[in-house]
Design a protein around this ligand. Sequence first.
Ligand code: HEM
Length: 401
Amino acid sequence: MTNLPPSQSVSALADLYDPLSAQSHEDPYPSYAVLRAQAPVYYCARHDVWALSRYADVRAALRDWQRFTSTQGVEMADYVGFFGEGNFLELDPPAHDTIRRILAPRFLTRAMRSYEPIVRQSADEILDELPNAGEVDLGTGFTQRLPVLTICRLLGIPAAQVPWAVTATTEMMTRPAGESGPSDRAAQLRTELVELFRSEVARRGNGAEHDDILGDIARAIHEGVLTVEDIPGICLLLIAAGMETTTSLLGSIVDALASGAVTAEEILQDGMVSGEAIDEFLRYDAPVQWLCRVTTEPVTLHGVTIPAGARVLMLYGSANRDPEVFDAPDELRIGRDTSRHLSFGEGIHFCLGMPLAKLETRVGIAGLLGRYRRLQSAGSPQRYPSHIIRGFERIPVIVGD
Ligand code: HEM
């Protein structure tokens, strides 16, 4: 049975999935299983969006940027365009490729060796501020802090400004439950962060003497490849894209350790979290559950035609639980082949920061386990209110020797 287009919808299929419901926030996986089996091309009338849930369909659509564009925004609500020009997540080629090419060398796997000391220092500084024993919120105290502190340093924000930039970005990205678009406070912080980025890029002149990401941007502007108008979108995307996402990955691992779902021995290899463990946590609970594309022409899939101009959710979280691709997908099994998970996307928008996210996780979790021998859950962790990001904002844990 396949889903029917809106004009022919039947009530039995009308309420299979609502991306903004409390149930989807709490546990979307049962609905995903129903969608994959019964309605792989699903129309949600309540929000006028479509959803693709099977691995093969999500992957193919993500690769087909000509028919599934990112230029109309990749979220559902009023955040579209919030970051501004230069946000290449919301650009198609050739503009997308031009900007991505400038930044790519900083995010290559081989660049990570030189970042490792910066990530380690950041993790140590954060852990130094935590108590040696007792109850700690490892969400606000650790998992939320490491990604944003690291990227501020890689961008090249001056040390004196980093604490402010970390706090401002964290606050800007906080989306209270029920809020449909950016608050006035978020808009104001956006303006202040953009001012900082603009002045730092200007200070770098032609960029030749600054070996950091803001220096790369200054150089590209000097060479005429970028303009100053591109600064807000590029910098806000870089500072924000790796924040709640990497926080969620770190949080899944911290929670699994604290609740006893996994042991340190199961996830560590040579003192670091193994690549296999990281990828399985990513597959099992995708930090980005979905993002959108908009169709540029009618697209027919499984006998259902999605009209042109339709917003379509790419359900990464569902694709990663597709039994056609992963055996016993609802089990967390460290050691399984996870090379195909879609948690970092697919195609031209594949996550630029993947090597950095993995480095932060390897180093961050090793640092945490080196500091505390005891990690024990002290209550239920609290999720981000977001429907897109699946991860913990607060993780109460009793720590100690
Ligand atoms: C576990 C952590 C992370 C996850 C799960 C994640 C996930 C994703 C996903 C799913 C996309 C594709 C978006 C789309 O298809 O429209 C993406 C793109 C992107 N990510 Fe990540 N991300 C993570 C960490 C990071 C980090 C640390 C950075 C570093 C700054 C980063 C920077 C980006 C950028 C710049 C893009 C846009 C790429 C493009 O449009 O070409 N991400 N990420």
